[in-house]
Design a binder for this molecule. Structure first.
Ligand code: G3I
Length: 361
Protein backbone atom coordinates (compact mmCIF):
# COMPACT_ATOMS: atom_id res chain seq x y z
CA UNK A 1 0.00 0.00 0.00
CA UNK A 2 1.70 3.22 -1.08
CA UNK A 3 2.48 5.73 1.62
CA UNK A 4 -0.47 8.08 1.22
CA UNK A 5 1.69 10.88 2.57
CA UNK A 6 4.15 10.35 -0.29
CA UNK A 7 4.11 13.32 -2.62
CA UNK A 8 4.57 11.14 -5.67
CA UNK A 9 1.48 9.14 -4.78
CA UNK A 10 -0.51 12.27 -3.96
CA UNK A 11 0.64 14.05 -7.10
CA UNK A 12 -0.25 11.03 -9.22
CA UNK A 13 -3.65 10.76 -7.54
CA UNK A 14 -4.37 14.44 -8.22
CA UNK A 15 -3.34 13.97 -11.84
CA UNK A 16 -5.74 11.06 -12.16
CA UNK A 17 -8.54 13.15 -10.66
CA UNK A 18 -7.70 15.95 -13.08
CA UNK A 19 -7.94 13.47 -15.93
CA UNK A 20 -11.61 13.07 -15.11
CA UNK A 21 -12.03 16.83 -14.74
CA UNK A 22 -10.13 17.66 -17.91
CA UNK A 23 -8.65 15.35 -20.54
CA UNK A 24 -4.90 15.04 -21.03
CA UNK A 25 -4.02 16.68 -17.76
CA UNK A 26 -0.44 15.49 -18.22
CA UNK A 27 -0.29 17.05 -21.64
CA UNK A 28 -1.72 20.49 -20.98
CA UNK A 29 -0.52 22.76 -23.75
CA UNK A 30 2.59 24.40 -22.38
CA UNK A 31 4.17 27.48 -23.90
CA UNK A 32 6.44 26.28 -26.75
CA UNK A 33 10.17 26.48 -25.97
CA UNK A 34 13.24 25.53 -28.05
CA UNK A 35 13.98 21.82 -28.32
CA UNK A 36 16.85 20.70 -26.11
CA UNK A 37 17.68 17.89 -28.56
CA UNK A 38 18.13 20.46 -31.36
CA UNK A 39 20.70 22.31 -29.29
CA UNK A 40 22.99 19.33 -28.69
CA UNK A 41 25.09 17.11 -30.96
CA UNK A 42 24.66 14.20 -28.53
CA UNK A 43 21.60 12.38 -27.10
CA UNK A 44 19.31 14.31 -24.77
CA UNK A 45 17.24 11.79 -22.84
CA UNK A 46 14.50 11.31 -20.30
CA UNK A 47 13.53 8.44 -18.00
CA UNK A 48 9.98 7.22 -18.54
CA UNK A 49 7.90 4.53 -16.93
CA UNK A 50 6.42 1.51 -18.62
CA UNK A 51 4.78 -1.59 -17.27
CA UNK A 52 2.83 0.44 -14.74
CA UNK A 53 5.77 1.13 -12.40
CA UNK A 54 4.09 3.57 -11.74
CA UNK A 55 3.37 4.94 -15.20
CA UNK A 56 2.81 3.17 -18.50
CA UNK A 57 2.60 3.74 -22.24
CA UNK A 58 -0.67 5.64 -21.78
CA UNK A 59 1.18 8.22 -19.68
CA UNK A 60 3.91 8.43 -22.30
CA UNK A 61 1.39 8.99 -25.05
CA UNK A 62 -0.31 11.70 -22.97
CA UNK A 63 3.00 13.54 -22.65
CA UNK A 64 4.14 12.71 -26.20
CA UNK A 65 4.09 16.32 -27.40
CA UNK A 66 6.59 17.35 -24.74
CA UNK A 67 8.67 14.15 -24.89
CA UNK A 68 8.95 14.07 -28.68
CA UNK A 69 9.70 17.80 -28.99
CA UNK A 70 12.48 17.86 -26.40
CA UNK A 71 14.22 14.47 -26.34
CA UNK A 72 15.85 12.01 -28.76
CA UNK A 73 16.72 9.35 -26.20
CA UNK A 74 14.61 7.47 -23.66
CA UNK A 75 15.22 4.98 -20.88
CA UNK A 76 12.81 2.98 -18.73
CA UNK A 77 12.99 4.29 -15.16
CA UNK A 78 11.94 0.88 -13.85
CA UNK A 79 10.30 -1.24 -16.50
CA UNK A 80 13.49 -2.79 -17.91
CA UNK A 81 14.96 -3.81 -14.58
CA UNK A 82 15.66 -7.43 -13.79
CA UNK A 83 12.34 -8.71 -12.41
CA UNK A 84 10.28 -7.01 -15.10
CA UNK A 85 12.19 -8.57 -17.99
CA UNK A 86 12.94 -11.88 -16.28
CA UNK A 87 10.11 -12.63 -13.79
CA UNK A 88 10.73 -16.36 -13.54
CA UNK A 89 13.79 -18.44 -14.35
CA UNK A 90 12.32 -19.77 -17.62
CA UNK A 91 10.15 -16.72 -18.33
CA UNK A 92 11.12 -13.49 -20.04
CA UNK A 93 8.53 -10.73 -20.40
CA UNK A 94 9.47 -8.21 -23.04
CA UNK A 95 6.00 -6.83 -23.86
CA UNK A 96 6.17 -3.51 -22.00
CA UNK A 97 9.79 -2.89 -22.99
CA UNK A 98 9.03 -3.75 -26.62
CA UNK A 99 6.27 -1.14 -26.58
CA UNK A 100 8.82 1.41 -25.38
CA UNK A 101 11.29 0.22 -28.04
CA UNK A 102 8.59 0.61 -30.70
CA UNK A 103 7.86 4.13 -29.42
CA UNK A 104 11.55 5.01 -29.61
CA UNK A 105 11.86 3.60 -33.10
CA UNK A 106 8.69 5.35 -34.33
CA UNK A 107 9.94 8.69 -33.03
CA UNK A 108 13.56 8.36 -34.09
CA UNK A 109 14.81 8.06 -30.52
CA UNK A 110 17.62 6.06 -28.94
CA UNK A 111 16.54 3.52 -26.32
CA UNK A 112 19.05 3.03 -23.51
CA UNK A 113 18.69 -0.17 -21.48
CA UNK A 114 18.62 0.13 -17.69
CA UNK A 115 19.78 -2.25 -16.17
CA UNK A 116 20.97 -5.82 -16.65
CA UNK A 117 22.53 -6.38 -13.21
CA UNK A 118 21.59 -4.46 -10.06
CA UNK A 119 21.39 -5.52 -6.41
CA UNK A 120 18.36 -3.35 -5.44
CA UNK A 121 15.76 -5.54 -3.77
CA UNK A 122 12.74 -3.91 -5.46
CA UNK A 123 13.80 -5.19 -8.85
CA UNK A 124 15.71 -8.35 -7.99
CA UNK A 125 13.62 -11.33 -9.14
CA UNK A 126 12.43 -13.43 -6.19
CA UNK A 127 13.44 -16.65 -7.97
CA UNK A 128 16.98 -15.28 -8.39
CA UNK A 129 17.28 -14.55 -4.67
CA UNK A 130 16.63 -18.24 -4.02
CA UNK A 131 18.59 -19.66 -6.96
CA UNK A 132 20.85 -22.58 -5.98
CA UNK A 133 22.34 -23.59 -9.34
CA UNK A 134 25.27 -22.46 -11.48
CA UNK A 135 25.25 -18.71 -10.89
CA UNK A 136 27.72 -17.88 -13.61
CA UNK A 137 25.73 -19.74 -16.24
CA UNK A 138 22.45 -18.31 -14.96
CA UNK A 139 23.56 -14.68 -15.08
CA UNK A 140 25.13 -15.25 -18.48
CA UNK A 141 21.82 -16.64 -19.76
CA UNK A 142 19.89 -13.76 -18.14
CA UNK A 143 22.07 -11.18 -19.87
CA UNK A 144 22.29 -12.94 -23.23
CA UNK A 145 18.57 -13.63 -23.55
CA UNK A 146 17.83 -9.95 -22.90
CA UNK A 147 20.64 -8.53 -25.05
CA UNK A 148 19.82 -10.83 -27.96
CA UNK A 149 16.15 -9.86 -27.79
CA UNK A 150 16.88 -6.13 -27.79
CA UNK A 151 19.76 -6.22 -30.28
CA UNK A 152 19.14 -3.43 -32.78
CA UNK A 153 16.48 -1.87 -30.52
CA UNK A 154 18.59 -0.91 -27.47
CA UNK A 155 21.68 1.12 -28.44
CA UNK A 156 23.41 0.96 -25.07
CA UNK A 157 23.08 -0.79 -21.73
CA UNK A 158 23.81 -0.15 -18.11
CA UNK A 159 25.31 -3.63 -17.81
CA UNK A 160 26.14 -3.36 -14.11
CA UNK A 161 24.67 -0.71 -11.83
CA UNK A 162 26.13 0.43 -8.48
CA UNK A 163 28.61 -2.37 -7.80
CA UNK A 164 30.87 -0.23 -5.57
CA UNK A 165 30.10 0.10 -1.85
CA UNK A 166 28.97 3.70 -1.31
CA UNK A 167 29.69 3.65 2.41
CA UNK A 168 33.08 1.91 2.07
CA UNK A 169 34.08 3.08 -1.41
CA UNK A 170 37.37 1.15 -1.54
CA UNK A 171 35.55 -2.14 -1.98
CA UNK A 172 32.80 -3.74 -3.99
CA UNK A 173 29.28 -3.61 -2.57
CA UNK A 174 28.32 -6.78 -0.71
CA UNK A 175 25.61 -7.98 -3.08
CA UNK A 176 24.14 -11.37 -3.91
CA UNK A 177 26.25 -11.39 -7.08
CA UNK A 178 29.49 -10.69 -5.18
CA UNK A 179 28.59 -13.37 -2.67
CA UNK A 180 27.98 -15.96 -5.37
CA UNK A 181 30.71 -15.12 -7.88
CA UNK A 182 33.13 -12.61 -6.35
CA UNK A 183 34.07 -9.43 -8.27
CA UNK A 184 34.40 -11.47 -11.47
CA UNK A 185 30.62 -11.20 -11.96
CA UNK A 186 31.19 -7.69 -13.27
CA UNK A 187 33.57 -8.58 -16.11
CA UNK A 188 31.54 -11.72 -16.84
CA UNK A 189 28.46 -9.51 -17.31
CA UNK A 190 30.22 -7.26 -19.82
CA UNK A 191 31.67 -10.23 -21.72
CA UNK A 192 28.24 -11.90 -21.89
CA UNK A 193 26.52 -8.72 -23.07
CA UNK A 194 29.13 -8.05 -25.74
CA UNK A 195 28.94 -11.60 -27.09
CA UNK A 196 25.13 -11.37 -27.30
CA UNK A 197 25.05 -7.92 -28.92
CA UNK A 198 28.45 -6.76 -30.23
CA UNK A 199 26.94 -3.51 -31.46
CA UNK A 200 25.64 -2.39 -28.06
CA UNK A 201 27.59 0.27 -26.14
CA UNK A 202 28.17 -1.15 -22.67
CA UNK A 203 28.26 1.07 -19.57
CA UNK A 204 29.08 0.76 -15.93
CA UNK A 205 26.65 3.07 -14.07
CA UNK A 206 26.97 4.47 -10.56
CA UNK A 207 26.20 7.40 -8.25
CA UNK A 208 28.52 9.63 -6.19
CA UNK A 209 31.47 8.85 -8.47
CA UNK A 210 31.35 12.57 -9.21
CA UNK A 211 31.48 13.42 -5.49
CA UNK A 212 33.49 10.75 -3.64
CA UNK A 213 37.11 10.66 -4.75
CA UNK A 214 37.73 7.24 -3.16
CA UNK A 215 34.74 5.79 -5.03
CA UNK A 216 35.88 7.40 -8.26
CA UNK A 217 39.41 6.03 -7.84
CA UNK A 218 38.18 2.53 -7.05
CA UNK A 219 36.09 2.65 -10.23
CA UNK A 220 38.99 4.01 -12.28
CA UNK A 221 41.20 1.17 -11.01
CA UNK A 222 38.52 -1.30 -12.16
CA UNK A 223 38.32 0.44 -15.53
CA UNK A 224 42.11 0.40 -15.95
CA UNK A 225 42.20 -3.30 -15.10
CA UNK A 226 39.38 -4.00 -17.58
CA UNK A 227 41.14 -2.03 -20.30
CA UNK A 228 44.39 -3.91 -19.70
CA UNK A 229 42.50 -7.19 -20.09
CA UNK A 230 40.33 -6.02 -22.99
CA UNK A 231 37.06 -6.50 -21.10
CA UNK A 232 34.36 -4.86 -23.30
CA UNK A 233 33.42 -1.95 -21.03
CA UNK A 234 32.81 1.01 -23.34
CA UNK A 235 31.57 3.77 -21.08
CA UNK A 236 30.73 5.14 -17.65
CA UNK A 237 27.36 6.47 -16.57
CA UNK A 238 27.52 9.21 -13.94
CA UNK A 239 24.03 9.17 -12.41
CA UNK A 240 24.42 12.71 -11.04
CA UNK A 241 21.63 12.79 -8.49
CA UNK A 242 22.89 16.07 -7.06
CA UNK A 243 21.71 19.13 -5.16
CA UNK A 244 22.15 22.82 -5.84
CA UNK A 245 25.45 23.10 -4.05
CA UNK A 246 26.92 19.60 -3.80
CA UNK A 247 29.19 18.25 -5.16
CA UNK A 248 31.18 21.27 -6.28
CA UNK A 249 31.57 21.73 -9.99
CA UNK A 250 35.36 21.35 -9.84
CA UNK A 251 34.93 17.84 -8.43
CA UNK A 252 32.44 16.96 -11.17
CA UNK A 253 34.88 18.25 -13.79
CA UNK A 254 37.76 16.20 -12.37
CA UNK A 255 35.66 13.04 -12.42
CA UNK A 256 34.36 13.50 -15.96
CA UNK A 257 37.85 14.33 -17.23
CA UNK A 258 39.37 11.27 -15.56
CA UNK A 259 36.98 8.95 -17.41
CA UNK A 260 37.21 10.85 -20.68
CA UNK A 261 41.02 10.65 -20.49
CA UNK A 262 40.67 6.86 -20.74
CA UNK A 263 38.93 7.18 -24.07
CA UNK A 264 35.61 5.93 -22.73
CA UNK A 265 32.11 7.10 -23.54
CA UNK A 266 30.68 9.31 -20.80
CA UNK A 267 26.97 9.59 -20.01
CA UNK A 268 25.30 11.76 -17.41
CA UNK A 269 22.72 9.05 -16.94
CA UNK A 270 20.16 10.12 -14.28
CA UNK A 271 20.47 13.86 -13.81
CA UNK A 272 18.27 15.63 -11.31
CA UNK A 273 18.98 18.58 -9.01
CA UNK A 274 17.04 18.32 -5.76
CA UNK A 275 15.94 21.57 -4.15
CA UNK A 276 14.36 20.33 -0.95
CA UNK A 277 15.99 17.21 0.49
CA UNK A 278 17.62 19.33 3.21
CA UNK A 279 15.17 22.25 3.52
CA UNK A 280 11.94 20.23 3.49
CA UNK A 281 10.07 23.43 2.59
CA UNK A 282 6.37 23.21 1.73
CA UNK A 283 6.63 25.39 -1.39
CA UNK A 284 9.14 26.32 -4.05
CA UNK A 285 11.22 29.43 -3.36
CA UNK A 286 11.72 31.32 -6.68
CA UNK A 287 15.27 32.25 -5.61
CA UNK A 288 16.13 28.57 -5.23
CA UNK A 289 14.60 27.87 -8.62
CA UNK A 290 17.09 30.35 -10.06
CA UNK A 291 19.96 28.64 -8.23
CA UNK A 292 18.77 25.36 -9.74
CA UNK A 293 18.87 26.98 -13.19
CA UNK A 294 22.49 28.00 -12.64
CA UNK A 295 23.35 24.54 -11.37
CA UNK A 296 21.90 22.80 -14.41
CA UNK A 297 23.69 25.25 -16.70
CA UNK A 298 27.01 24.67 -14.95
CA UNK A 299 26.69 20.87 -15.06
CA UNK A 300 25.85 20.84 -18.77
CA UNK A 301 28.63 23.31 -19.52
CA UNK A 302 31.13 21.24 -17.51
CA UNK A 303 30.13 18.10 -19.40
CA UNK A 304 30.83 19.86 -22.69
CA UNK A 305 34.14 21.26 -21.46
CA UNK A 306 35.28 17.90 -20.03
CA UNK A 307 34.16 15.29 -22.55
CA UNK A 308 35.33 15.39 -26.19
CA UNK A 309 32.46 15.32 -28.73
CA UNK A 310 33.14 11.75 -29.88
CA UNK A 311 32.86 10.48 -26.30
CA UNK A 312 29.60 12.22 -25.34
CA UNK A 313 27.17 9.37 -24.70
CA UNK A 314 24.56 11.93 -23.75
CA UNK A 315 22.69 13.53 -20.87
CA UNK A 316 19.52 11.91 -19.53
CA UNK A 317 17.17 13.53 -17.01
CA UNK A 318 15.69 11.18 -14.43
CA UNK A 319 12.06 11.99 -15.09
CA UNK A 320 9.89 14.33 -17.19
CA UNK A 321 7.78 16.38 -14.76
CA UNK A 322 8.66 17.30 -11.19
CA UNK A 323 5.83 15.14 -9.86
CA UNK A 324 7.31 12.09 -11.63
CA UNK A 325 10.53 12.22 -9.61
CA UNK A 326 11.66 9.34 -7.40
CA UNK A 327 12.76 12.03 -4.95
CA UNK A 328 9.13 12.49 -3.94
CA UNK A 329 8.72 8.80 -3.05
CA UNK A 330 7.67 8.20 0.56
CA UNK A 331 8.51 11.79 1.52
CA UNK A 332 6.13 14.04 3.52
CA UNK A 333 7.48 17.06 1.64
CA UNK A 334 7.72 18.06 -2.03
CA UNK A 335 10.67 18.56 -4.33
CA UNK A 336 11.10 20.18 -7.74
CA UNK A 337 14.21 18.45 -9.21
CA UNK A 338 13.47 18.31 -12.93
CA UNK A 339 13.10 20.62 -15.94
CA UNK A 340 9.33 20.80 -16.31
CA UNK A 341 6.65 21.56 -13.74
CA UNK A 342 3.61 19.40 -13.15
CA UNK A 343 1.79 21.05 -16.04
CA UNK A 344 4.68 20.52 -18.46
CA UNK A 345 5.78 24.15 -18.35
CA UNK A 346 9.50 24.75 -18.76
CA UNK A 347 11.04 25.89 -15.45
CA UNK A 348 14.14 28.09 -15.03
CA UNK A 349 16.04 24.78 -14.77
CA UNK A 350 15.13 23.99 -18.39
CA UNK A 351 16.54 27.36 -19.50
CA UNK A 352 19.69 26.63 -17.53
CA UNK A 353 20.21 23.45 -19.56
CA UNK A 354 19.54 25.35 -22.80
CA UNK A 355 22.07 28.03 -21.85
CA UNK A 356 24.64 25.34 -21.01
CA UNK A 357 24.10 23.64 -24.35
CA UNK A 358 24.31 26.91 -26.26
CA UNK A 359 27.62 27.76 -24.63
CA UNK A 360 29.12 24.93 -26.67
CA UNK A 361 27.69 26.06 -30.00
O1 G3I B 1 4.58 0.55 -8.21
C1 G3I B 1 4.65 0.12 -6.83
C2 G3I B 1 3.29 0.30 -6.17
O2 G3I B 1 2.37 -0.61 -6.78
C3 G3I B 1 3.40 0.02 -4.69
O3 G3I B 1 2.16 0.29 -4.07
C4 G3I B 1 4.48 0.93 -4.08
C5 G3I B 1 4.65 0.62 -2.61
O4 G3I B 1 5.65 1.51 -2.15
O5 G3I B 1 5.75 0.67 -4.74
C6 G3I B 1 5.68 0.97 -6.12
O6 G3I B 1 6.92 0.63 -6.69
C7 G3I B 1 7.93 1.60 -6.46
C8 G3I B 1 8.53 1.91 -7.84
O7 G3I B 1 9.68 2.77 -7.71
C9 G3I B 1 7.51 2.61 -8.73
O8 G3I B 1 7.17 3.85 -8.16
C10 G3I B 1 8.99 0.97 -5.57
O9 G3I B 1 8.47 0.82 -4.26
C11 G3I B 1 10.21 1.87 -5.53
O10 G3I B 1 11.28 1.22 -4.84
C12 G3I B 1 10.70 2.14 -6.94
O11 G3I B 1 11.77 3.06 -6.85
C13 G3I B 1 12.57 3.16 -8.02
C14 G3I B 1 14.01 2.87 -7.58
O12 G3I B 1 14.91 3.10 -8.66
C15 G3I B 1 14.16 1.43 -7.13
O13 G3I B 1 14.10 0.59 -8.23
C16 G3I B 1 12.46 4.59 -8.56
O14 G3I B 1 11.17 4.78 -9.16
C17 G3I B 1 13.52 4.84 -9.61
O15 G3I B 1 13.55 6.22 -10.00
C18 G3I B 1 14.89 4.50 -9.02
O16 G3I B 1 15.84 4.71 -10.01
C19 G3I B 1 17.19 4.40 -9.58
C20 G3I B 1 17.92 3.87 -10.77
O17 G3I B 1 17.25 2.73 -11.27
C21 G3I B 1 19.37 3.57 -10.40
N1 G3I B 1 20.01 4.76 -9.85
C22 G3I B 1 19.32 5.33 -8.69
C23 G3I B 1 17.90 5.68 -9.08
C24 G3I B 1 17.17 6.34 -7.91
O18 G3I B 1 17.06 5.42 -6.85
Amino acid sequence: MPNIMSYRFTATLLALICCFCQPDSRAQSAAPVPALKDNARFPIGVALNVGNEPGDMADIRESATLINSQFNSIVAENGMKMRFLHPAIDTYDFAAADALADYASTHGMILHGHTLIWHHDYQLPVWMKNYQGDWQAMLREHIQQICRHFAGKVKSWDVVNEAIDNKHPKQYRATLFLEKLGPAYIEQAFIAAHEADPAAVLYYNDFNIESKSDKLQFMLDMVDDFQRRHIPLHGIGFQMHVSIDSPDIAQIKTALQAVAARGLQVRISELDVSLNQQQKAASLDPARAQLQKTRYRDIVSTYLQSVPPAQRGGITFWGLLDKDSWLLDNKPYPDWPLLFDDKGQAKPAYFGVLEGLKESQ
